[in-house]
Structure formats: C-alpha cells, structure tokens
Design a protein around this ligand. Sequence first.
Ligand code: TXE
Length: 505
Amino acid sequence: MQAPLVSASSQVRRYGHWIDGQPVATATHIQRVGPQSDDVVAEFSNGSDSDAARAIQSARRAFDEGPWPKLSGTERANVLNRWADLVLLNLDHLVQIEIAEAGKTIRVAKGDLEGTVALMRYAAALCHQLSGEAFTDFGSALQAMVIHEPVGVVAAIVPWNFPTIIFAQKVPFALAAGCTVVVKPSELTSGTAYELARLATQAGLPNGALNVVMGYGDPVGQHLVQSQDVDMVSFTGSTATGRRVLKGQEVNFKRVSLELGGKSAAIVFDDCDIEAAVEGVLFSIFMHSGQLCCAGSRLLVQNGIAPRFLEALIERAEQLKIGLLEDPSTDFGPVVSEVQLQSLKRFVARAKAQGATILSGGDTADSRSESATYVGASRTFLPTILDNVECSMEVFDEEAFGPILSVTRFATEDEAVRLANMSKYGLAGSVWTTNMRRAFDIAGKVRTGTMEINTSLEGQPQLPFGGFRTSGIGREKGKAGLEEFTEIKTVAFRLEARPPFFGAK
Ligand code: TXE
C-alpha cells in the first residue's frame, strides 16, 4: 500500500517528514515558489530540532537494534534492487517533481532519474563486495583479519541542484554498507527525497533505516551535524557551509565527507577535434544552466585555435533552445531561485568592471526578443561567455554556479597546466587534443579528482567522484564510495597461548 503524502488534494504537494517508515506531519511549512513562475509548487515541512532528533533516534534504533546492519549482502541487495524497480515504475511522477521544484528540463530530469536507478543497482551489486584482508604470516600461533564495518548512523545533507543524483550517490551506498541514514534535502527541492524514502519502505527497507527530515540548514542540518548520535556526515553543498560542517566536529570528531565547489578547466589545444570539443565544452558548462559543481566553467584555449573555437562556441550557445521545461526539445531553463539569479547578475557586473568582455549572454532571456514570451524568461540567465579573463580577476577562480564560462588563452602545454592548477578548487576538468601522449601527461599533472580526455561529465556509477583542496574530502560512487561508509576493524586471534610477557607469578 502506498502511504499518502500529507496532502495531495490540490496541485500544491504538501510534504511531511518521513520517519521510521511513515509520514510525519508538521505544523508549519516552507512554501516553494517554483523556478519557472511565481506559483507555489510545493510545501515542505519546516523541521525543528525535535524533528531532527526524532529522525536521528529512528536511525539510531534501526542501526543498534534493527535487522538492517546484520542482513547478508544478498538480502540487502534484494531490497536495493526492488527499490530501483519502484523508482523506474514511478519515474514520470518523480520527473514532474524535479521539473517543478528544481527547474530541470524534462531531458535533464529524466537523465537524473535514470542515473539514480543506475546508482541504486550498482550499490546493490556492491553489497557483495565488502571483503577484507586475512593475515596468516605471523607464525602458526597468530592470525588476523582486517574487515569493513558499517560506520553507523549517517546524516546525508543534499543540495538543490541534483536532488536525486546526489541523494543516490550517498544513500544506496551507505545502505549497502549496512548503515542507517537521515537525509536532509535542500529546503528548495525536498519532494523527491520524500518520495524516494517512501518507495524504499515499499521495497522492504526496514523502518528507520532511511529517514527524511526537511527544513532549513539551521536548525535541521546543524542539529544533524552536531548530534552525538550521528556517526558520519556526508555533505554536498557550498564550500562555506562545508567549513561549518567541519567546525561542528571540534567536539565530536565524527567522520565527515564533503563534496563542495569547483572551478574546473576545459583545456582546448590547437589540434583538437573542434566539433567534439565545442559540444563537450558547451555541455559541461550549460547543462542544467551551469548549476553543477563539476561544471567546466573555465575555458583555457590555445592561441592558434581561439578565434575559430570561440566563434563556433558562441554560435552553438546562442542556438540553445530556451522554453517550457516539459518540452523535450528545450535545452536550457531557469536558475533555481531569485537569490541565485541576482547573484549571477552581480557576478557578471563585477567581471565586466574588472575588464572581462561579454562575448555572449550576460543577461536574462527576456532581453532577447525571441525568448521574451516564454513564461520563465525573466528567470533564465542566458548562456554567458566572458573573454579576456585574467588570473587576477574574481571570475577566474570564484564559482558562479550558473551558466557563466570564463575564457583565458594560453600558448604552451606548461602554461595550460599552470593556469588549470591556479585554483583553490580541484574537482574536475577536461583536456581536448588528438595527441594522446599530451592528453595523459596533462591528466596526470592537473590536481583534480577527475580529469576527462576528449569528453566531459561522464557520471557512471563505477567512477569515484570527489575533490582535491577546497573541493572536498572523500569520494562518492565506485567501490571507494562504499568504503567511505565503513570503519576498518582489525581482528587478531591467537591459536596458541602467547608466552607470558611478565615474569613468573
Ligand atoms: O548551499 P548550502 P545553498 C553553492 C552555490 C550556491 C551556494 C549557496 O554556489 O550559490 O552554494 O547555495 C544545508 N549545517 N552550491 O545555500 O548552504 C542546506 O539546507 C548543515 C554548490 O543551497 O551549502 C542544504 O540542504 N547543513 C553545491 C545543503 O546544506 C546546512 C550545490 C546545501 O546548502 C547548513 C548547491 C548548516 N549550517 C549550492 N546550512 C555543489 N557543490 O554542488 C545549510 N545547510
């Protein structure tokens, strides 16, 4: 039987928390005005400290007393696979929520949900792979094992840009390791987290193994970060909030994984396949209106090809179709909120004042006559390309978190590497060249968690994701993404009594 939403009587979905396998109503709600218009599209529970505490206690009980951590890998995998099946069955509903709350185009939203299912199935397969090591070379009297145990109760704090994918990079992996989880979705996009948790219960996940508590970062996120009953915080969001999460551990020392910002470089050489490079660069900065941490937001282009490359890039950027998010031919949509929109406008104004040249975009879509009639035009920031960006400018290394590409030219390979590494971040990047020796050399020299050669934004579940420097700590996805949610335990055992260490009694 499907548990009802707290209220689904009108177009506006009203959500409670999901705690201990059931919906929990709250007195007050956060109204979500959708990215596309002034309409309220959902109401999320405005969680309190006591709601957060209740969700933590539910997860704590499920870990300390419940069956989940003690199940076999096969039993856990069966639940995760059934969960993935249910997500597929409910895909259209989940896609509609992502369109309404996150402002995704239908193509991006579908891709996210399919990616979510793939991550769940991969995590299910990993349930069988929590193996350890055995040490048998200490002589006949002693042997030892090194094993992975679930870390315990995990608080998964999720941002608004990829509410399902980021959820799925954390939650199924934590569950596969035998942990129990409390999810705190963004106050802008909480709907799919609730739905995914409801479907998990339907798939047979024991009550309390996955809880969703909605609300603002303060108090709900803050409570999760500080609680003594939470063993690990897995956080994705801004570098500033990531710092607060780390500071919260001065007392507790709980495990923390952080997936934060980026200012990734796409390095384009004269000898690249120009058409493929243009499409790859375009995709990596303008997908979901550039609201992704691994966006290729810095273009480093070699002098010889720069004029031709930029001409082709501008032409393609200006062809991107802005329109109704539900229309499969729409390429590009609004940014998530008015706050974010104003921040992008100020960012471009500062870049201009510091000497950058706007080659394309720089304003909202209602400034372009052919887009002016589209209902979300005034909330859509046009694909923007800024030229003549120097290392000293803010735009060179600050994350805009929107569709803004900065362009810097280079002459040599060494200069390209130096510019790419001139960043406080180290999340991702790409290199575009037909010279494979050079490509691998550069992939080795750029200090980021992911480097791609002649491609961008490959997000397969097998590939670990995370950053160097202020881009974060730890890895999600891949086998590393499972081990992240485990503690290592050494178990030594004597087969014969050890000779006494101290003198005779
Ligand atoms: O992020 P926050 P916001 C960047 C982007 C954006 C900026 C602000 O530049 O403009 O961050 O966005 C919860 N303790 N990114 O405000 O604050 C919060 O409720 C615990 C990059 O949305 O980092 C939400 O669930 N949790 C990013 C989550 O943290 C707290 C994606 C992220 O919110 C908290 C999104 C606290 N004190 C924005 N305060 C990326 N790297 O992918 C807030 N939260």
